[in-house]
Design a protein around this ligand. Structure first.
Ligand code: ZN
Length: 152
């Protein structure tokens, strides 16, 4: 990227904001050569991201589906819309990074990313999500997980 004023590549990012709604990153940049300030918008490429289901079928990553799953898990919990949006954004970014060049991620890995995110967001939502998505093979695992949470 070059400064639109003097074409220098010596740029500094002074501010970065994630816009969840349209999957874009808005940045303010400062040209260190001439002091020109400008804004850039980068689209986050996610059109190629595919989720491999347990039965081997592939489907496009569905942000709305993820959002609904999280909202259900966070029902009546004190988590702001902003935190929710950030969590979705974060999960999606990690999924894209994990998928890397293949553009594919296992649904279990996606569930794992979601759980990790929820764990730091809200412990109750974390346990709810884990149970909804049947991450636990038997009830003891579920109990162990709750124990671990109450100790941490
Ligand atoms: Zn410049």
């Amino acid at each position: 990227m070059r400064c639109p004023s003097c074409l220098s590549t010596d740029l500094k990012v002074t501010d970065s904001r994630n816009h969840i709604e349209d999957s874009s990153i808005h940045r303010r940049r400062l040209c260190l050569s001439c002091g020109h300030k400008f804004r850039t918008t980068e689209r986050i490429e996610n059109k190629a991201l595919l989720v491999i289901k347990r039965d081997g079928r592939r489907e496009s990553f569905d942000r709305e589906k993820l959002r609904h799953g999280l909202i259900r898990a966070l029902e009546k919990r004190d988590v702001s819309a902003e935190s929710l949006a950030q969590a979705i954004f974060h999960i999606e970014q990690q999924a894209i990074s994990l998928a890397s060049s293949s553009g594919e991620i296992n649904s279990d890995d996606l569930g794992g990313l979601t759980l990790t995110e929820l764990k730091s967001l809200d412990p109750v939502a974390y346990v709810r999500f884990a149970s909804v998505y049947k991450m636990f093979q038997d009830p003891n695992e579920f109990i162990e997980e709750i124990k671990e949470l109450t100790h941490s």
